[in-house]
Design a protein around this ligand. Structure first.
Ligand SMILES: [Zn+2]
Length: 255
């Protein structure tokens, strides 16, 4: 079935300042860089899908992030009531993509098998992996599974006409990206398959990764799936706010 094309909204909810050497493999320049934190809304007037949920203020503050607003406040500026959202895609389980699950009591969550397996498996005890997740988030997802609220995907799956998820791995074991049919063609919400435009545009991996070859595979997949490069949306790049159409403070759109 052909669905009406979607508009993609990037809603910023937090930020931090870091430097390029912390972000990019092989970078020794220590160039100051901003990292923005987004949630994404896909809407076509009939369906609202939210991609990634952001962290809560207490978690962000504990981790030294500058919390700008609750993601639900940003989404409400688009007329989206989180309590009514039925479809949420979690690109991966890192704290900055999952933490606000409680704001979406009526949603079904789409995740990859490999992500749940990894974060309930043997290696998560290692600091390198444990650091980026909140155990309470993972426990909440396990509970949601018992309540029948998770849809597991292994690979690629259309979740609604015009919206599909695709496993790429790389950054995490079950990292997934989202393709979206827009008026401008097929766009890709890359989330952390490419934190910055710089990653996929220049094949420069992000410093934190589960599987480095998988990250290169992810860059290629983004380029293959998007109808044009301008339709690829990285997960943490302040340039998203400049390259897309301004809607409101910290909110931009495509399509
Ligand atoms: Zn992230």
């Amino acid at each position: 079935m052909q669905a009406a094309p979607y508009t993609i909204y990037a809603v910023q909810y937090a930020q931090r300042t870091t430097n390029s050497s912390e972000l990019f493999v092989g970078d020794y320049h220590n160039t100051p860089m901003k990292m923005t934190y987004f949630v994404w809304a896909l809407t076509n007037g009939t369906q609202n899908v939210v991609v990634d949920l952001g962290f809560t203020e207490p978690v962000g503050t504990r981790r030294g992030r500058e919390f700008l607003r609750c993601p639900s406040v940003g989404l409400s500026m688009l007329g989206i009531d989180c309590t009514k959202v039925e479809h949420v895609v979690l690109s991966h389980f890192h704290y900055d993509h999952v933490g606000c699950y409680a704001l979406f009591p009526n949603a079904t969550f789409y995740i990859q098998d490999a992500e749940m397996q990894f974060y309930t498996g043997r290696y998560v005890r290692q600091a390198a992996f444990r650091h980026s997740v909140e155990v309470e988030d993972v426990l909440a997802l396990v509970r949601m599974n018992y309540e029948g609220r998770l849809v597991f995907v292994d690979g690629d799956k259309e979740i609604l006409p015009g919206i599909s998820v695709h496993k790429v791995g790389g950054h995490t074991a079950g990292m997934q990206i989202v393709t979206v049919q827009t008026k401008e063609g097929r766009a890709v919400v890359a989330s952390d398959a490419s934190h910055y435009y710089h990653n996929f545009e220049h094949n420069v991996p992000f410093s934190s990764h589960h599987d480095l070859p998988g990250m290169y595979y992810g860059f290629q997949r983004l380029r293959d799936l998007a109808d044009k490069h301008e339709l690829i949306l990285p997960g943490h790049d302040p340039l998203v706010l400049e390259r897309l159409q301004r809607v409101d403070d910290g909110i931009v759109s495509m399509g």
